[in-house]
Write a protein that binds this ligand. Sequence first.
Ligand code: IMP
Ligand code: MG
Length: 185
Amino acid sequence: MRDYKEFLSEVLISQDQLHQRLVELGKQISSDYEKSDNLVMVCILRGGVMFLTDLMRQITVPHAIEFMAVESYGSGARESTGQIRISHDLNTDIRDRDVILVEDIIDSGRTLNSVLDILCARKPRSMVVCTLLDKHDRREVDVPVKYVGFVIPNKFVFGYGLDLDDLYRNLPFVGVVDEKKYRTG
Ligand code: IMP
Ligand code: MG
């Protein structure tokens, strides 16, 4: 297996920066949901897993967690059409609950837009989005996002849950891939 150092062009967000921002987000969410008795954090697999598990440790209000996996249709590895199929659905009903949808990254916004349509149809009491990364300049579909970890430039990133062809999700930082080195390696 190739060492990521062969194609890492830069560390965009360090482990320390991630931790600091997660503490802030955790505080904000804990205060915003102080009065909620029905909070559920819904994580979109697989990219959002690390973010969810670290973030929930910073949240002091009681909450449940749920997972959802979606597959995109007709998309290349690096862009999405927004047409999705649910390959793993939630195990509980979210009707009348306060939902925070936890995502790794929003790029065009198409995937998230489709997920929101599906989940909002189930009539939650409230529904907001919390994303670790926001590639804001790439947005094609306007999606409401309440909590953003970091706005990042239009570069392909990996690590901290985000994959490069299914690998390197375990890295504790967010790195930028040198596409040329990655492809020719
Ligand atoms: P969207 O539908 O264009 O917003 O695509 C969002 C999805 O594309 C994310 O959930 C990721 O799975 C993937 N994605 C977009 N940009 C990156 C990236 O820079 N690194 C890794 N995955 C990405
Ligand atoms: Mg994803």
